[in-house]
Design a protein around this ligand. Structure first.
Ligand code: UN1
Length: 515
């Protein structure tokens, strides 16, 4: 892997980015105090140039306490508000997001470095989940169960849980909040959000729109609160007994701390942690389709999705062709300014991400891997633009078991489908997986009980880019949580089992006689 060997890439300057950020915030109606980069406060920076654009007010742990207090008070009324009325708030939020999709997407590009289409797609994901949640607000169904006793009705009812703490990561700075907030709010919970400290402006924008939606429908603004800052704010949420559910997206290391700490106070947690996602390509695959899917999944978002493709498990008969085609596609991928219309690969989030990519590729080479691509592009400021890398490995060595949050795709060859599935499942994480095949038997085997052990298993689709309608999350070290669609809402509510005796007798269950 060589450094700084490619031509200097053209980037916008910080003042242009500042103007765009200011304009986007103004369009949305957000008016935060945007301090000078040299002033104190939380830095609002951009990976596009690696510079601090502004400083914004940083919250303290006592602000978290106040935010939870307000959210807890708001909960007492919000839980009594009929669910379809709660749905109206989320419906209005969805309308405002639609109206301001471009402005919000521009902020996502500035803070997370996503290309325009992916940034808009992320906002679309918010709009989609709002629509889903509006429908859900009329479908929070419980069951009625046949009672063994005459004159008795046995049923389950679902009730709001309380304050939901939401901790999100830089790479989906707005969509993951929306997955949680939209569903939590229709379920009757209130929300306190701590976004990544790397993306405060997008969070301020979302909070502004939520408060506008609340004002428009006559809901209390306190149903959604925002705190901005780092780790100690997250810890305050984790340890606060008033936070009934803590939904956290981030690394396995973070989850290892959050899970037990929340459990110690008997709180609930919903964890969406690391992935180490693989695609199996069999001899029966449509290779053309597979290559397109693999390139988007591995190189899209500069490999910075939790669902990004990190491992390619290719049948020995197709591995050479695949590597050649992917390498060729990688060579032609435009890397650079995410605002430039042709760019497909934007910047890495920061230097640490770049260093971990360099380290992973060095280890892969030391393990006998052949590294193709992965060079850093020369840029005028301290930012990190890389070409995606392939690493052909002799086996799934230790480094392949780690998640490196950068565009590194390890390639291993297999001989039997059995072996491919074993390789797929051999890592500690269990988020997403895919098989490329036109053979029904292979596909069904991969989706079956002894197939992929991941929360997401796809056929002829990459590992990333899930729709909001399905439940999103994964097994093993990915944390086991499910967010967004399907019946994920159940994690945000408490279930009560109710037995109603409408007879004038008192029969005991299990035929017990007592006096
Ligand atoms: C994440 O990277 O944390 O499936 C979420 C996807 C997106 C969500 C990714 N819908 O890639």
């Amino acid at each position: 892997m060589s450094t700084m060997s490619s031509p200097v890439i053209a980037l916008p300057d910080a003042s242009w980015l500042r103007d765009r950020a200011r304009a986007a915030l103004a369009t949305l109606g957000a008016e935060p105090a945007l301090g000078d980069p040299a002033a104190p406060g939380l830095p609002a920076s951009t990976p596009i140039t690696g510079e601090v654009l502004f400083r914004v007010a940083e919250s303290t742990p006592s602000d978290v306490d106040a935010a939870v207090d307000r959210a807890a008070r708001a909960f007492t009324a919000w839980r009594r508000t009929p669910a379809p009325v709660r749905g109206a708030l989320v419906g209005r939020l969805g309308e405002l997001l639609t109206e301001h999709q471009d402005a919000l997407a521009r902020l996502v590009t500035i803070e997370a470095g996503k290309i325009g289409s992916e940034a808009r797609g992320e906002v679309q994901e918010m709009i989609d989940v709002c629509q889903f949640a509006v429908g859900l607000s009329r479908q929070l169904y419980g069951r009625t169960i046949a009672s063994e006793r005459p004159g008795h009705r046995l049923m389950e009812t679902w009730h709001p849980l309380g304050v939901t703490g939401v901790i999100t990561a830089f790479n989906f700075p707005v969509a993951v909040w929306a997955w949680n907030a939209a569903v939590a709010l229709v379920c009757g919970n209130t929300v306190v959000w701590k976004p990544s400290e790397l993306t405060p402006l997008t969070a301020i924008a979302c909070q502004t729109l939520l408060e506008r939606a609340a004002a428009d429908v006559g809901a209390p603004a306190e149903v959604g609160r925002l705190v901005l800052g780092g780790r100690e704010l997250g810890e305050a949420l984790v340890d606060d007994p008033r936070v009934a559910l803590l939904s956290a997206t981030g690394s396995v290391r973070m989850g290892r701390e959050v899970g037990p700490r929340v459990a110690r106070r008997f709180g609930r947690s919903l964890l969406e942690l690391g992935g180490n996602n693989a695609a199996v390509v069999t001899p029966a695959a449509d290779l053309e389709l597979a290559v397109r899917a693999i390139v988007f999944a591995a190189a899209g978002t500069a490999g910075q999705r939790c669902t990004s493709l990190r491992r390619l498990i290719a049948h020995r008969s197709v591995v050479d062709t695949l590597v050649d085609r992917i390498a060729a596609a990688y060579r032609s991928l435009p890397v650079g300014d995410p605002f430039a219309p042709d760019t497909l690969v934007g910047p890495l989030i920061h230097e640490t991400a770049y260093r971990s990519m360099v380290g992973a590729l060095e280890t892969a080479a030391a393990d006998g891997g052949e590294v193709i691509g992965g060079r850093r592009h020369d840029s005028p400021t301290e930012c990190f633009y890389v070409s995606p890398a392939l690493a052909r490995m002799p086996a799934q060595t230790t480094i392949v078991h780690d998640e490196t949050f950068a565009p590194v795709l390890y390639v291993v060859a297999y001989d039997t489908l059995e072996e491919a599935i074993e390789l797929n499942n051999a890592v500690p994480q269990g988020l997403s997986s895919a098989i490329f095949t036109t053979d029904l038997r292979e596909a069904e085997r991969f989706l079956g009980p002894d197939g992929s052990d991941c929360g997401i298993a796809n056929v002829n689709i990459g590992t990333s880019g899930a729709e909001i309608g399905g439940a999103f999350g994964g097994e093993k070290q990915t944390g086991g949580g499910r967010e967004s669609g399907s019946d994920s809402w159940k994690a945000y509510m408490r279930r009560a089992t109710n037995t109603v005796n409408y007879s004038s007798e008192l029969p005991l269950a299990q035929g017990v006689q007592f006096g």
